[in-house]
Design a protein around this ligand. Structure first.
Ligand SMILES: [Zn+2]
Length: 178
């Protein structure tokens, strides 16, 4: 079933599959853009659907920081136990339609790119997490753009995704200048 969600953004993986971020999830991410100088990094999990018969995924929900997460201007560490419980709860409550799809965090830079610690953290997450699909998505929410990367279970090289709907990107840029 194709739902119309014109506020979503779509990232294209190197194998052609798409990672769609729903409008609802995107609105939550936008709240955590580090536009103010004293705003700390934020982060959480990407949860959503695996689309049958394809490698496409749709991020329907993003989790937000909890009190036990350690948030600083230039770093973010997610508290693991709470997060793991949340994944299990959501999975059960959603009749197994909300899967763990990856992670997001914010950066105080316009067009974000992963730091060294981000990369080693992402590699560890791929190694230690349980997930059905071939790879996890990692989003960084910058002050202007949102960028996405994928890391596979087998080939653990980081691959940047390309943003698909340019109009949405333009809209996003315009919104951020308001
Ligand atoms: Zn980072």
């Amino acid at each position: 079933m194709q739902q119309v969600d014109k506020d979503s953004i779509v990232f294209r993986r190197t194998n052609g599959a798409m990672v769609k971020i729903s409008g609802g999830a995107l609105r939550v991410l936008n709240r955590f853009r580090q536009l103010l100088p004293n705003q700390a990094e934020a982060g959480g999990m990407l949860l959503g659907r695996l689309i049958d018969g394809t490698e496409d995924v749709v991020v329907d929900e993003v989790t937000v920081p909890v009190a036990r997460d350690r948030r600083h201007r230039f770093s973010f560490f997610r508290e693991k136990d709470t997060a793991q419980k949340h994944v299990v709860n959501v999975w059960e409550k959603s009749s197994h339609t909300r899967n763990y799809l990856g992670e997001w965090h914010s950066h105080p830079e316009d067009d974000p790119s992963p730091s060294g610690p981000d990369l080693s953290n992402w590699r560890r997450i791929v190694r230690e997490s349980q997930f059905e699909q071939g790879s996890l998505a990692f989003l960084i929410v910058g002050r202007i753009s949102v960028r996405a990367w994928e890391l596979g279970k087998v080939a653990r090289s980081l691959r940047a995704m390309t943003i698909e709907n340019k109009s949405r990107r333009d809209k996003y840029r315009k919104d951020s200048n308001e």
